[in-house]
Structures are given as C-alpha cells and as structure tokens.
Design a protein. Structure first.
Length: 132
C-alpha cells in the first residue's frame, strides 16, 4: 500500500499570516532505504467553502544517498490561496512501497527580501489536482 508520513498540520487563519510575510521556508530530514521510493512534499490548503487546493513538490532530487539522513528544503511563495486558507496541512506522501523516514520538520515565514535560514531551492508544483 501507499504510505503517508504526516509531518505537521499548521492551523492558520487569514489574519495570522503577517502582510509582510511573502515566503514560507520548509526544511526536513528524510532517510530512504533505496531509490525506489517516491516521496512528494505536499501543501494542502483548505478554503472557507471547504474547497481544497494541493501544491506538491518533488523530494527525490534532493536526497543523495540511501540509509542516511539528508535534508530537503523549500522556499515557497505565500499566494492569495495560502493567505486566506482556513487550514494548511504540510506532509510528505510516499507514492511507493519503499519505506522512508522523516524527522526535524522546520517551518518558518519571512518577508521575501530576507535570506532564508537554509539554502533553499524553489520547485515548480506538480499538479495533483488534475487541473481542478
């Protein structure tokens, strides 16, 4: 079966994200058994009318070796959907039977003009919403 590692649920309201925050930095450590695993980092945004938007980002390219902890980092823009979401969930979904482990999730918000605390690479979202 497909394994999901729930990392964290962030409970945010529209007014809890400061207007000068433009970016969210996310970092975590991942250990894989082999390179058959297919982890995807997801940001799930739940709107006022119960609508759901999912942005997903590749993890595999950031993990270099097997049986060792490695960092995955993301610098993601805070869009209008993120800013007005009622609930935001961050998690890693493993689209394979090959096991992975996750630890040390770090989430920080910052204005775009501030440098991130970790060297971050921005990934283009893979559409899991099937165009919806």
């Amino acid at each position: 079966g497909v394994q999901t590692c729930a990392l964290s649920d962030l409970m945010l309201t529209a007014d809890s994200i400061r207007p000068d925050w433009d970016m969210v930095n996310v970092a975590f450590e991942l250990k894989r058994q082999d390179d058959l695993c297919n982890p995807v980092f997801a940001v799930e945004k739940h709107g006022v009318q119960d609508e759901k938007f999912i942005d997903s980002y590749a993890v595999k390219e950031q993990i270099q070796k097997n049986d060792a902890w490695d960092f995955a980092t993301y610098a993601l823009p805070i869009d209008s959907v993120f800013r007005t979401a009622q609930i935001i969930k961050l998690y890693v979904h493993n689209f394979s039977d090959s096991p992975i482990q996750i630890r040390n999730l770090d989430v920080s918000f910052r204005p775009a003009y501030l440098k991130p605390r970790v060297k971050a690479q921005t990934y283009k979202s893979i559409d899991l919403n099937d165009g919806k």
